[in-house]
Every structure is written in structure tokens, then in C-alpha cells.
Design a protein around this ligand. Structure first.
Ligand code: ADP
Length: 743
């Protein structure tokens, strides 16, 4: 009770006054300050230096303050009413705020209680600004704020999401009402969130359906508290993330597209530092996915640009070209050696920084295709050219002997003189041979083209082979003399005898053709792993500029020389297929040396077996000399007539027109030799041979006659018991040689 007395005790008034916080100003009614007690903090107007004392407050205070304060002071002076208001006091260093309570002290004086509220006002102001900022941010980020009452299940909401409510609209709505707008699939989840997982503090995303359009929202509870009535309340916000989701979707789509592209995409700064690289680029440069790309430069390590200097040159070129450059890049990435077509362009990012985008497409494959296409085109053009050359060559090669055959056959019919007839006959025969050779070469060529040139490997005795060839060609060597050079010791190798014979014969025929007089030497020698065969002549030789091309198809030094220009190219193919190679050394006017090597595959087969091969020099047991009986199985009369013309004067001939008849005649007459055409009616040649061999396994010799027999057929015929073959059309010399061998 005593303490209460102190505040009411006038003698304590001065002390209490001293202890109060407000500054007191005693003003005249016109605003002149005549006394003051300063309690508040210093400021340029009210301070402990008493600068205001004796001055008129209206002159001393800033205009802005006076504008509000003056009317209040005048009002109090006039009416005696107490004024209580807040005022701004702008000073150069800061803005002060003060509360001023003005009371009439007496008729002349006014008492002003000046209370500094700068700090409080500042806080209030800051709060206000923060609030404004929040609202502004909410508006910009499309965020709505709310408080949710768990008891009433209602939201007190201020919306900025711009979906259901008007912007900044303050509304109250129920959870159930709100859920109606939520996309059905998300409703339960959202409700559950408010019921159970609200305390998780994790945001939840859901969708709102409005006017058939889906909106994406993110909701987060930021504060949970209880009211005095023990009701649980949630403070939180909802954000419209539609833009973010669709931008994210867009970004995802673009990133996915760029990442899955088979082109290399990367972006660099001007100094070459990488800022982006898609998966393809990373893979190619072996940059792991989780490694920060900015550690890399586009030059050096990545191998796209060799070094810094090249990079700088590239930037120079890019700038000189308006910031876009197309170029071909040959620099290999670490593993792949690719050629790429590139485009680089400068784009300024939103901070004004220049970023260079590079797109590279691997065109190695395309270039390979182009190259193949070019080669194919050249080949097609070449083969077109060759085809024309071939046709004109063929036409010439066919016409020349045909002319002779047709012309001289006609003349021969009217000529009685035997000598003259013989002369013409020789011309016709050599023309025949020329035609046959031509046909064989064309056939071989077509087999080479179609890849069906067959090879039949058997043991071949080299000395025997060379003897045979030597004998056959000796007659045709014209003026040149033929020399045989072979080792004393026989060598037996495994190869295709017919093909080998074909090559040597071809070279020998050429040598004969181009050696009007001089020497032609044929032979072979053994060299490590190979046997080397050669044909050397002292003929006209080949000009230097043609030697390299002499194995090309249709290549002829003299277009008017006989021949198709195919022989050597066929020889080359055969030799290569036999695993060897062929070459020529030649000097014009001196002669040529054609030599070829084939690998030695020494055959271990017993020489007896070799001797049993057809065309060997041994004679079978069942023989008879001239006037022996030969059974000719041939269904075409003209062909039989030809055989009769060739051998009819030396041998007794039996004619069977079918396989069946051949078997019957064999039974009846037991001929000394059978010439069996393979394509004959009723029972074909092969079956007839089999039937005869069943009756008589080893005799008589049976020679198969066939227009064109494949190696497989030959093998079958040999297995059936046939002894040898002779090709159609029949060559008189060859037929006679074979008959001599067996009879
Ligand atoms: P052809 O069947 O027309 O003779 P080749 O391919 O065998 O075709 O020969 C092509 C050309 O090579 C001949 O026309 C000739 O110009 C030249 N030639 C081949 N062998 C000899 C050789 N021994 N001496 C000179 N020239 C040759």
C-alpha cells in the first residue's frame, strides 16, 4: 500500500519524471520550445545538446514531419483536446519514428511527450514488407497459403495458384468440397496425407481437374500447432507446378531425345570447356556418366580438336562465318576412327555468355557406301566397256575362222586336186581348232564369272605331264624348236591336272604364236615349297608399257593378232585358284618368260595308283592292234559319220544307237574298245557302262564321249568302270592318240 502512495506523492514527482522514458518538450502555442527533458536516443533534432531549445519546432523539424505535426499542435492549442499520433522524422542518416502525445499545459504552453518508436516501427515495417514480399512471391510462384482446421476439416485459404480461386481471394472451404476438384485417382492419397502423413513434412503432389484440364499442384504443411481449444491446426501452402511439370516434361523429352541420339551433341564455352555432352558423345570419348563434364576441354583429351591452337583457329573461323560453321571432322575419338559431318554454332545464354553447340554425325559408313558405290559404278562402266570390247572381239574371232570354214568347205566340194584339197582341209581344221579354243575360253570365263570353275585334285606326275604336253605340241611348233627342261627325278604333286595342262598349253600356244622362229623352252623346277613351271621363248616379246597389263582381260598388244585376249587372264585365275602366282618377264624383240608357281603338295599315294590313272602310258591287258573292233554308241548319225570318217579306215566299227543296243552288241561281238556317248536314249551311257562292267569288269577299254562333262560326272564314270574321256566336238588327233593308247 505504501508503494502506491509513492506515485501519488507530489514530492516524488520529480524523481518519477526523471525515470520515465519519454522526452518532454514544453512548447509555446506557436511551436517554440522553451524547455525539454531528453530521454530518448539522440537524433539531429532532439538531442542532449538541446539544439531545439529556444527554436520553433516548425522551423527546426523537417518539412515532412511538420506537415503532419503542425495541425495536431494547433488543434490541441485551439481545442485543448489531447493528441496522440505517430510521426516520421526523416534525418540524413536514417528515418526516425516517434509517438507524440500533445496536451495543453496552460493557455500559452503545450506539453509534448516525444517517444522514439523507430525500432518498433522499423520492425513493423519490415514485417509489412515481408508480408508484401510473401504475397508477391506467392503470386509469382503461384502459391496459395492456408490454415487447415482438423476439427472442422476446413481451409482458411488465400489463393494465388490461379486455378480454382481468384487471385488473392481469401476463402474458406471444406476438405470434402475441395476434394471434388481433385483428380479422382489422387483424392484418396491427398485425404490420407492430411489424416496420417501430414507430420512427415514431405510435400505431396496431386492434380486438380478443371474445365477438362489437368493442373499439377504441390502441397506442403509447414507448421502444426494446437489452438487454446486444443484443436490441431496446419499451416501450409499449395503451389501450382503446372508450368514446372510441363517445362520439366519438355526438358525431359528434349534431354531424352538428345541423349538417345546417334549423333554426338556437346556444348562448350569459348575457351573450349565442355558444359554439356550427350550420352553418345560421352561414350565415344569414354567419359563416364557421373563425371563432371566441365573438367573436359573440346580439344586435346577429347580428340575432337587436336590442340589449343587448332581450337583457337576454329573459333576464329566460326566468328568469321557469322557464328555457324559446317565442316568435316577427321580427328579420331580415342577408340573409333570416324569421319563426321559437323555443325557448330554460337548461342548466347541468358547471362550473355557465348556457348558453342556442336553436332556431329558419323558419316564413315556413308562414305564407305559412297566409295563402294563409286567403285561399283566404275566397275559397271568398265564392264560395259569390256562387254563392248568383248563383243567386237568375239565377232571378229568368230567370223575369221567361220569365214575360212564356210568359204573353203564350199570350194573343197568342187576341187579334185588332192593336194589342193589337203591344203584347204588344213585351213578348215586350224579354223575349227581356233573356234573350239575360243568356245572353251568363253566357257571358262563364264565359269570364272559365276564362281563355278571346278577343280579336281589328283596325284599328278610332273615329268609324265610335261612329256605329254611336249609330244602334243611338238607337231605344232611351226618354225620354232621346242625344248623340254625337266629334272631327272619324277615329282608327283597333288593338283588339278587338266587345269595345269590348260595353263601350260595356253602359254605354249602363245609362245608358238609369237615366236616365228627361234626356241621355245618348257619345263619346271622345284623351289622351296613350290614347283615353278615356265615357258620361255625367243619371240617378238612384249612392249614395256604393256607388260603390266598383259594379264588383264581382252588385253592384246596387237589388236589384229589372232586370239581373244582372254587366255592369260584365265591362266592367272586358274594359277591363283591353285594357290600360286604367275608373272612375266619380256623384252621386245628378245623374247618372253612366263613362269608360275604352285604350292607343292607332295602326294604320298603309291605310284601304282597313279599309273592306274587314265591317260597313263601303260596299256591295258585287253588289247588288239589295228583292225580291232570298236563299238560306237552314238545316237546322232552325223556324229557317227564323223567318227567313221576319222577312224573307219583303220578299225572295224559297230554302231549302237542307244545304251540298250550297245549292251546287246557288246554281248554279241565282244568289241576290243567301246566309244560310249553319255547322252544316249533308252539306257544312258553311264548305266550302259555299269551294265557292261558287271559282265566284264576290266575289259574292253571304255572311252566316254561327252560334249561337256563336269568333274563330278567324270568321277562317277570312272567309278562305273570307264577308262578315259574324249570331249566333243571330236578332235581327230586327240581321238587317234587315245585309241593308240588303248589299242
Ligand atoms: P590370246 O588368247 O589372244 O592369245 P592371251 O591373253 O593369251 O590372249 O594373250 C594376250 C596378249 O599377250 C597377246 O595378244 C599378245 O599380245 C601377248 N602375248 C602373250 N604371250 C606372248 C608371248 N609369248 N610373246 C609375245 N606376246 C605375248
Amino acid at each position: 500500500m505504501e508503494t502506491k502512495g509513492i506515485l501519488h506523492d507530489d514530492s516524488q514527482a520529480a524523481r518519477i519524471l526523471k525515470m520515465t522514458c519519454d522526452t518532454l518538450l514544453l512548447l509555446k502555442n506557436d511551436g517554440t520550445c522553451i524547455d525539454m527533458i531528453v530521454k530518448t536516443e539522440n537524433n539531429p533534432y532532439i538531442n542532449n545538446q538541446y539544439t531545439l531549445l529556444g527554436k520553433n519546432i516548425f522551423d527546426h523539424f523537417p518539412e515532412e514531419t511538420v506537415r503532419d505535426l503542425k495541425p495536431a499542435i494547433e488543434h490541441v492549442a485551439r481545442t485543448g483536446e489531447v493528441s496522440n499520433a505517430n510521426y516520421d522524422l526523416p534525418a540524413p542518416d536514417q528515418l526516425y519514428f516517434f509517438k507524440c502525445i500533445i496536451q495543453k499545459y496552460n493557455d500559452e504552453l503545450l506539453l509534448c511527450q516525444y517517444r522514439d518508436i523507430t525500432k518498433r516501427s522499423q520492425m513493423k515495417r519490415n514485417l509489412q514488407m515481408a508480408n508484401e514480399r510473401l504475397t508477391e512471391t506467392g503470386r509469382a510462384a503461384k502459391i496459395g497459403y492456408w490454415t487447415y482446421n482438423t476439427a472442422t476439416r476446413t481451409f482458411d485459404y488465400r489463393g494465388y495458384t490461379g486455378i480454382l480461386m481468384k487471385e488473392n481471394e481469401r476463402v474458406t472451404f471444406t476438405m470434402d468440397g475441395y476434394l471434388k476438384n481433385v483428380y479422382p485417382k489422387d483424392r484418396e492419397r491427398l485425404e490420407h496425407f492430411f489424416g496420417n502423413s501430414a507430420s512427415s513434412q514431405m510435400p505431396i503432389e496431386y492434380r486438380i481437374m478443371k474445365d477438362d484440364k489437368l493442373y499439377y499442384l504441390k502441397l506442403k504443411i509447414v507448421n502444426i500447432y494446437r489452438t487454446d481449444d486444443d484443436i490441431v491446426m496446419f499451416d501450409g501452402y499449395t503451389q501450382n507446378i503446372n508450368d514446372i511439370v510441363s517445362k520439366l516434361d519438355e526438358l525431359k523429352m528434349v534431354t531424352q531425345a538428345v541423349n538417345n541420339s546417334n549423333d554426338s551433341f556437346f556444348a562448350t564455352k569459348i575457351d573450349g570447356t565442355l558444359v554439356f555432352a550427350n550420352q553418345f558423345c560421352r561414350r565415344q570419348n569414354e567419359i563416364p556418366d557421373d563425371v563432371d563434364i566441365t573438367k573436359y576441354k573440346a580439344y586435346g583429351e577429347m580428340g575432337n580438336f587436336k590442340d589449343k591452337e587448332m581450337w583457337d583457329n576454329f573459333i576464329g573461323a566460326l566468328r568469321a562465318n557469322d557464328g555457324t560453321l559446317k565442316y568435316i571432322c577427321n580427328y579420331p575419338s580415342p577408340k573409333t576412327n570416324m569421319v563426321s559431318s559437323c555443325i557448330s554454332y554460337i548461342i548466347r545464354n541468358e547471362y550473355g555468355e557465348e556457348i558453342i553447340w556442336h553436332i556431329r554425325r558419323d558419316i564413315s559408313e556413308q562414305l564407305r557406301y559412297e566409295d563402294q558405290l563409286k567403285k561399283a559404278k566404275e566397275k559397271a562402266e568398265e564392264s560395259d566397256r569390256l562387254k563392248s570390247a568383248f563383243l567386237s572381239n568375239m565377232s571378229h574371232e568368230i567370223r575369221t575362222p567361220l569365214n575360212a570354214i564356210v568359204g573353203f568347205s564350199g570350194i573343197m566340194a568342187d576341187i579334185d586336186n588332192a593336194e589342193e584339197r589337203k591344203k584347204y582341209f588344213n585351213i578348215i581344221e586350224s579354223s575349227n581348232k581356233r573356234l573350239l579354243l575360243l568356245i572353251n575360253e568363253v566357257l571358262d570365263l563364264s565359269k570364272i564369272e559365276s564362281g563355278t570353275l571346278a577343280f579336281d585334285y589328283t596325284p599328278v606326275r610332273m615329268n609324265d605331264l610335261f612329256h605329254e604336253i611336249f609330244m602334243t605340241h611338238q607337231l605344232y611348233a611351226n618354225q620354232a624348236s621346242l625344248v623340254l627342261e625337266i629334272p631327272e627325278e619324277e615329282t608327283c604333286i597333288k593338283t588339278d591336272k587338266n587345269r595345269l595342262t590348260q595353263v601350260i598349253s595356253n602359254l605354249l600356244n602363245n609362245a608358238v604364236k609369237f615366236t616365228p622362229k627361234g626356241t621355245i623352252t618348257i619345263g619346271y623346277r622345284l623351289i622351296p615349297d613350290f614347283v615353278e613351271l615356265y615357258v620361255r621363248d625367243t619371240g617378238i616379246g612384249i612392249p614395256k608399257d604393256k607388260v603390266d597389263k598383259i594379264f588383264n582381260r581382252f588385253m592384246k598388244v596387237d589388236d589384229f593378232a589372232p586370239g581373244t585376249g582372254l587366255g592369260l587372264s584365265i591362266c592367272k585365275t586358274i594359277v591363283e585358284r591353285l594357290g600360286g602366282d604367275i608373272s612375266v618377264v619380256s623384252e621386245e624383240g628378245v623374247g618372253s618368260l612366263f613362269s608360275f608357281r604352285i604350292p607343292i603338295e607332295i602326294d604320298q599315294t603309291d605310284s601304282e595308283e597313279v599309273q592306274q590313272q587314265p591317260l597313263s602310258n601303260s596299256r591295258p591287258q585287253y588289247i588288239s592292234g589295228e583292225n580291232a573292233t570298236i563299238l560306237v554308241a552314238e545316237d546322232i548319225d552325223d556324229n557317227f559319220e564323223l567318227i567313221r570318217a576319222i577312224i573307219g579306215s583303220q578299225y572295224r566299227l559297230l554302231h549302237a544307237k542307244s545304251g540298250k543296243e550297245a549292251i546287246e552288241l557288246f554281248d554279241k561281238y565282244l568289241p576290243d574298245l567301246i566309244l560310249m556317248d553319255i547322252k544316249i536314249p533308252e539306257v544312258n551311257g553311264l548305266e550302259a557302262i555299269k551294265a557292261i562292267r558287271r559282265k566284264s569288269p576290266s575289259s574292253p577299254p571304255i572311252i566316254a564321249v561327252s560334249a561337256y562333262a563336269f568333274e563330278e560326272d567324270k568321277r562317277e564314270l570312272l567309278d562305273a568302270g570307264c577308262n578315259d574321256f574324249v570331249a566333243k566336238p571330236l578332235d581327230k588327233e586327240i581321238l587317234l592318240a587315245i585309241l593308240h593308247r588303248y589299242l
